[in-house]
Design a protein around this ligand. Structure first.
Ligand SMILES: [Zn+2]
Length: 282
């Protein structure tokens, strides 16, 4: 099963007219259930504008408790209740998440019709699900912050087309079934086991999702990565580098250099300062 990422918010600190604050969805291709990484204020509005439904939200990971990553959670939890969802929601966040969420729910007399399981996690946390394995590591920011390494399961090997042709199997929809390792009965009565025509399993892909972080090389022990999603609050000038150090953030320039050193195949920048929207005069 392949997954996709949906960027519900890519702005740092404050929303802009075009971009909301931090929220990234990880969506399985064949399943409605999805996972959310960070939940800045107004994230539920961005979900409404997407193909996703909070009804099917299954897990939420919060990298740290700064407002632009966290303040949207309370409204989202309440709206999920209003949507009639009864399936459990599993929330993972740093120390303090339990107190913050339970206090808000108590003071607002909210009653959730679904089970909300809150788990406070730190570096070293690991969970294994059929769709992926996730591990948490510590980031370098102004408050305790987590980043995540996500491993997807190995994929079936490639179909050996030459071998299939040599067996006299004509190309067509049957190739798709063989590729899925199905047992197929051909028109001449022969039964072919797709597995016998597949090469060795392909390794699963590895994804990195960073929280706010001024040192991308903290991901190095887990390198290389197929995809890395990482904040780049600032571009890369001298003044911006100073701002990045002061506020515990990365510049696009330093991030690019680190990603190259770590063998990142595809780097996706997010948490980009609102200042760059006005550069384009919008
Ligand atoms: Zn932050």
């Amino acid at each position: 099963m392949s997954h996709s990422l949906l960027f519900l918010g890519t702005s740092a600190g404050v929303p802009t007219r075009r971009r909301n604050v931090s929220a990234t969805a990880l969506v399985g291709q064949n399943a409605k259930a999805w996972t959310l990484f960070d939940c800045g204020e107004g994230t539920q509005h961005r979900v409404l504008a997407s193909r996703l439904s909070i009804y099917h939200l299954e897990r939420v990971f919060i990298t740290h408790l700064h407002g632009d990553h966290f303040y949207g959670l309370f409204g989202l939890l309440a709206s999920r209740a209003m949507s009639g969802a009864v399936t459990p929601l599993h929330l993972f966040g740093p120390k303090g998440s339990k107190e913050a969420v339970s206090t808000l729910l108590r003071l607002s007399h909210s009653r959730l019709p679904y089970a909300l399981k809150i788990e406070e996690i730190g570096p070293g946390f690991e969970a294994n699900w059929p769709d992926f394995r996730i591990r948490a590591l510590s980031m370098a920011h102004t408050v305790p912050t987590l980043g995540f390494v996500i491993d997807f399961p190995a994929r079936p090997g490639r179909l050996d087309v030459q071998k299939a042709k040599a067996l006299g199997i004509e190309p067509g929809p049957v190739y798709g079934r063989l590729k899925r390792a199905e047992r197929v009965r051909l028109s001449d009565g022969r039964v072919i086991d797709g597995k016998s025509l597949l090469g060795p399993p392909l390794p699963g892909k590895r994804l990195a999702i960073g929280g706010d972080n001024q040192n991308p090389m903290l991901f190095a022990p887990y390198a290389p990565f197929d995809v890395m999603v990482h904040e780049a609050t600032y571009l890369g000038g001298a003044k911006e580098r100073m701002l990045a150090k002061t506020y515990g953030h990365s510049t696009a320039k330093e991030l690019g250099q680190s990603a190259k050193a770590m063998g990142v195949k595809r780097l996706i920048l997010t948490h980009i300062s609102a200042r760059y929207d006005s550069v384009e005069g919008t």
